[in-house]
Design a protein around this ligand. Structure first.
Ligand SMILES: [Zn+2]
Length: 434
């Protein structure tokens, strides 16, 4: 039977989804409050896959690779005799972002089917993909098509948080467990909206703490207003950033909706009374850099802008006659100070190789099933894809949930979309068999 004639086994898919979504309370990933137990999802996958393993006379190689107890990764391989090379589906993950039942209209930890929609945490991101790819392997095992390549899948642990390293794909890469798929394409199945994704952004989260001087606001010339200081500093940093990281000529070809940005997203300050000059303010934000720029260079630049201000805070204009960031008063000399901290390691963005046959095949297969293929890029970020590309892998990106509910309340995926996704991925595989 030809791969293009395969169809999603709907009943089995829904059954598996019910089991997987039923575990999501224990798959929530936001340590230390929520540490997922990915093996709870793997158990349900194994229930279906075990009858088809090589040990049981089937064609599937199934490898449960665990670096931290209870938090496994699952590697699948279908090898019809004598196959050379690989086509790999990687990135679909077994953990989910936390869900708050109080803000959901349905139980997030139980599959609720309403018409075509399947609600529950993880349906779009990413267990809907895990169940989809599992069904592809089950059908490969049942129908045993002769393929010129091995089909590989890597379901990963610990994708939604970088707080605990050494659990998921970072460790798989480090320990050589992904070496065998280096010479074939990797389709990272964890984006959304069914169209090929050509690019993602590098991302870094930062905190800027502005320290001023507390004083009565009726004597503002004796204080240093940390809120004003922080706001002026951000303006200075942004002006410099947008000059040095302007829209890049490649962004049009990759259809990025926006160029790179650096912006504040949260503000906090000392809690005093309203008629006090606040002594400190903390501004948090992110850098989202299109993949044509280097995020580490950008972080160094940002540190440089801040050093310029710290070296001479008077380069900031201030706000009116009594708002100064360096003051000399009878009580002494005072100056405002900025401190930057960067949270964790930045995510590296990716611009997929548009000249690779892997991109052409994904593009064509999508168009064949959906009637059109409209590849896009976003300044959202995926972990690890940039690192894999840097390590020499041909990484392409796709996904079949809905971006509108990504990490959101009332997350769902659609059965009809997943049926198309099944056809797209099988069509994609068939192109490597020609
Ligand atoms: Zn995801």
């Amino acid at each position: 039977m030809a791969l293009t004639d395969f169809n999603l086994n709907e009943g089995r898919y829904m059954g598996l989804m019910e089991k997987l979504i039923g575990e999501t309370e224990f798959l929530q990933d936001n340590p230390p409050k929520f540490v997922p137990q990915e093996d709870r999802a793997i158990k349900h996958l194994m229930d279906l896959l075990t009858p088809h393993t090589i040990e049981n006379g089937g064609p599937l190689k199934v490898d449960h690779v665990t670096f931290v107890e209870g938090r496994g990764n699952l590697l699948l391989e279908y090898d019809s005799e004598g196959a050379e090379g690989t086509v790999a589906f990687v990135g679909s993950h077994l953990d989910v972002v936390p869900a708050n039942p109080e803000t959901w209209e349905r139980n997030p930890f139980k599959l609720t089917v309403e018409g075509d929609k399947m609600y529950g945490r993880g349906t779009t991101d990413c267990l809907g993909h895990v169940a989809l790819i599992t069904d592809i392997f089950l059908q490969l095992a049942e129908k045993k098509p002769k393929l010129k390549f091995k089909v590989v899948s890597v379901f990963i642990a610990s994708e939604e948080s970088t707080a605990i390293p050494g659990v998921g794909v970072d460790k798989l890469l480090e320990t050589g467990r992904l070496d065998h798929i280096k010479n074939g394409p990797i389709f990272w199945v964890d984006s959304a909206d069914s169209q090929p994704c050509m690019g993602t952004a590098s991302c870094c989260m930062w905190t800027l703490r502005a320290t001023g001087r507390l004083f009565h606001s009726g004597l503002p010339h004796k204080g240093i207003n940390s809120v004003e200081f922080g706001m002026d500093a951000i303006k200075y940093i942004q002006d410099k950033f947008y000059k040095e990281f302007p829209p890049h000529s490649e962004e049009e070809r990759y259809k990025f909706a926006t160029p790179s940005t650096l912006k504040p997203t949260q503000v906090a300050c000392s809690e005093g009374s309203i008629n006090q000059i606040p002594p400190w303010a903390e501004i948090k934000g992110d850098i989202r850099l299109t993949p044509f720029y280097d995020i580490n260079v950008c972080i160094e630049k940002m540190k440089g802008y801040i050093k310029e201000i710290n070296d001479d805070p008077t380069i900031l204009e201030g706000r009116g006659p009594c708002s100064k960031y360096v003051i000399s008063i009878p009580e002494g000399d005072f100056r405002g100070k900025l401190e930057l901290s960067i949270e964790g390691d930045p995510f590296k963005g990716i611009a997929v190789n548009l000249d690779s046959p892997a991109f052409a095949h994904l593009h064509t297969s999508t168009a064949e099933v959906l009637g059109e293929s409209k590849p896009y890029s976003i300044t959202g970020s995926l972990p690890l894809v940039g690192d894999l590309q840097e390590a020499g892998y041909d990484v392409q990106i796709c996904g079949y949930g809905h971006s509108s509910v990504y990490h959101g309340d009332n997350e769902y995926c659609s059965l009809s979309v997943m049926k198309d996704a099944f056809k797209i991925l099988c069509g994609l595989l068939s192109k490597y068999n020609k």
